[in-house]
Write a protein that binds this ligand. Structure first.
Ligand code: ADP
Ligand code: MG
Length: 683
């Protein structure tokens, strides 16, 4: 029977289990538990061993004990405050079952006189007699009580009894899969099968045994299935044949030599990788990853001009209009005059838009900049050859997949992200793409000087700001929340704006999550044009925009932010050639952890390093971009503690890719673990 079960059994609906009715099903659904497989990750938190029974005379006071007794006499006092009692005995002595707030009828039902019953609970002593108060574990069938009872976290409203009952059913019926891993992988886990691993995982004695072979094996399965799915997507995309682009290196180099800086080594290397993809007959699906201010834009624009020079159109999508406009302006500036550069904005009039659409269709526009609007259905390109997407860390793998299909076969795709993340996560989140990394910062870049300051000393900060304003510089002032929340003790951007406005009349503006789009654009543009000096905002300051004149950023309640986020915020300044400063305002009493974090930030400017440290301190869930990435969270695997498993999984995946191994044997693994359902048609 067991052997016939396959992965479909585990993917079946919860109602196939005994003891799961609509109510339980709905409660579990709320916890995102939709099938038997999901339930496998509901692990006991602790357990109570009720399996051994004792005679009354041997009962140990203060401990949870199991005893088989016969109820002899009810004692239901009239006085309300007194508890109801049932005198019970075995051949060695007497014990009272004591009930507070229970109806007589109920007590008579669960403890009928003269019938043997097995009870388990904490033993106490009262007036020289043993007693159990409000016993919950009792039955005439002693085998139901004499067990090890697992305890589960009960926040979802499902009782322990139900969890015990349903998990036993699944675990007793686990399919015996044919092993999907290679011998060499299996030897790393002492050859323990998936089936046995799950069984071990649920044994109460194994709670928290993270180093064990079964735990490691299951964590590996999780990581490996993610990598495998990514690899399959990548392979599929690479298989798409396209018309190659002929890169005109001479024109490219002329453009580069006209820039007022020289490219960094990493910029050159990334550009080479992109050029190779563009000139190949396989579709490019590449991520350009680089720290804030590492100079991704110019790399993407050079790729664009190479694409245009080989006779194709390019579309550049930015997350905001301001950023789209900034890229557009840069292209206008550095591209030869004969290139048709266009910007489509939400504000463009209907007529203008129509003209632009027509021109795109007639191949009269070489490159167009805009927000997601440029990918609407009605936008038709004559010969789209490259899509560039800036600051896209909010895209999940599904969205990316759709994107790679967009634009037709001849269209390459380049995505950019300024979210440096640890390598283990890069493989997890972006494993479906090829990756170019810019680690090196431009040579002229001065590190942002980072200070921490107690809020009590805000006057010093104001003095400093005043000095900077007199030098013609601008300031970002970041507050964590928009409205005062006493509970969280966050500063309020609104209050801070009012406060600063008094100190620096007519020089301050406010941006927060509720500012409408048009006003926001206006404010940002005015800031860009240096029309006011201090921009107070919540964390919504746009990613990617260059404000060369802003060289000070003040971050309030800095310890409320993650390291990576602080680093991103700090990256808003220090893009021009001025000295720049980041001031972390802190309330007193920082925890040791918070102190550690702030120190890392002061010590280094390397976003990749910072993200590694951030992950070590706060766990991977908090790393920027991970939560938004749309990929499921791991159930067991942890990029910090299992980094060796991530390395192993990558190695194994590369091996499979290299030998072009048939992955049909992984079908159950993928079916079970890949909830995104990206691969429907393997094997
Ligand atoms: P990001 O990688 O965050 O998108 P940008 O592309 O906006 O960074 O570049 C930030 C700034 O650095 C821009 O003003 C850009 O002109 C400048 N820049 C880019 N590459 C170099 C370089 N190699 N040397 C000097 N400045 C550079
Ligand atoms: Mg950018």
């Amino acid at each position: 029977m067991n052997n016939k079960r396959n992965y479909e059994y585990l993917l079946s609906d919860l109602s196939s289990l005994k003891g799961v009715g609509t109510k339980t099903k709905n409660l579990l659904k709320k916890k995102n538990i939709n099938n038997l497989f999901d339930l496998l990750w509901k692990l006991p938190k602790s357990y109570t061993d009720r399996s051994l029974s004792s005679k009354v005379k041997d009962l140990k006071i203060g401990e949870i004990q199991t005893v088989t007794i016969i109820p002899q006499k009810y004692n239901f006092p009239r006085v309300r405050k007194l508890p109801n009692r049932v005198l019970c005995t075995d051949e060695t002595g007497e014990i009272d079952c004591v009930f507070f707030n229970s109806y007589e009828g109920y007590i008579k039902k669960i403890l009928p006189l003269g019938r043997e019953i097995t009870v388990s609970g904490k033993i106490t002593h009262f007036r020289n007699k043993y007693q159990i108060t409000n016993p919950k574990y009792l039955s005439e069938d002693s085998s139901l009580i004499k067990q090890v009872h697992n305890k589960y976290s009960l926040t979802d409203g499902v009782s322990e009894k139900i969890y015990n009952k349903i998990l036993v059913q699944i675990i007793d019926n686990l399919p015996d899969f044919k092993e999907w891993h290679s011998k060499s992988i299996m030897s790393k886990f002492q050859n323990i099968s998936w089936n046995s691993s799950i069984k071990e995982l649920h044994k109460p004695k194994n709670i928290g045994n993270f180093k064990s072979n079964f735990y490691q094996r299951l964590a590996f399965d999780e990581i490996f299935s993610t990598f495998l799915v990514n690899s399959q997507i990548r392979k599929k995309i690479r298989k798409i044949k396209k018309k190659n682009k002929n890169i005109n290196i001479k024109k490219q180099n002329t453009l580069i030599s006209n820039l007022d800086f020289s490219l960094t080594n990493d910029q050159i290397k990334s550009l080479d990788e992109i050029n190779k993809d563009l000139s190949s007959t396989n579709k490019m699906f590449r991520l350009l990853q680089g720290d804030v201010g590492s100079g991704k834009t110019i790399v993407s624009l050079i790729s664009a001009i190479n694409t245009i020079n080989s006779g194709f159109q390019v579309a550049v999508m930015a997350p905001t209009e301001i950023l789209a406009r900034q890229h557009y302006k840069l292209a206008k500036k550095i591209f030869p005059k004969n290139i048709n550069v266009e910007l489509v904005s939400g504000k463009s009039e209907y007529k203008t838009k129509k003209v632009i659409l027509k021109k795109l269709e007639d191949n009269k526009i070489d490159i167009i900049f805009g927000t997601h609007a440029i990918f609407q259905k009605k936008v038709i390109f004559k010969k789209l050859g490259l899509i560039i997407i800036d600051e896209q860390h909010k895209f999940g793998v599904n969205q990316r997949k759709r994107l790679s299909d967009k634009g037709g076969v001849d269209c390459d795709v380049l995505l950019m992200t300024a979210t440096p993340i640890p390598r283990t996560l890069t493989m997890t989140i972006y494993g479906d793409m090829d990756i170019s990394i810019i680690r090196e910062k431009p040579k002229n870049r001065k590190p942002v000087k980072t200070y921490s300051k107690l809020e009590a000393k805000i006057d010093d900060v104001l003095k400093y700001i005043n000095k900077e304003i007199k030098l013609g510089n601008q300031i970002f002032w970041v507050c964590p929340l928009i409205e005062e929340s006493k509970k969280l003790d966050h500063s309020s951007a609104v209050k801070k704006f009012e406060y600063l406005e008094k100190k620096f009349p007519n020089q301050v503006s406010l941006l927060h999550g509720k500012t409408d789009l048009e006003e926001k654009n206006l404010i940002l543009n005015n800031f860009l044009k240096n029309k006011f000096k201090i921009l107070v905002s919540t964390t919504i300051i746009e990613v990617g925009i260059d404000f060369p004149n802003a060289n000070v950023i003040v971050i309030e309640n800095a310890n409320k932010f993650g390291l990576s986020q602080l680093h991103q915020l700090r990256g808003r300044v220090g893009r021009g050639d001025k000295d720049s400063t980041c001031i972390l305002l802190l309330k007193s009493n920082l925890s040791e952890n918070a102190k550690k974090r702030i120190k890392i930030l002061k010590d280094t400017n390397d976003g990749f390093l910072i993200s590694e440290e951030d992950m070590k301190i706060r766990g991977f869930g908090d790393i920027l971009g991970f939560k938004q990435s749309g990929i499921k969270n791991f159930k067991l695997a942890d990029p910090i503690h299992n980094s060796d498993l991530f390395v192993l999984a990558e190695k194994e995946m590369r091996r499979i890719e290299k030998f072009n191994e048939n992955i049909a044997k992984f079908k159950p693994l993928i079916k079970l673990y890949d909830r995104a359902d990206i691969i429907n048609d393997i094997a």
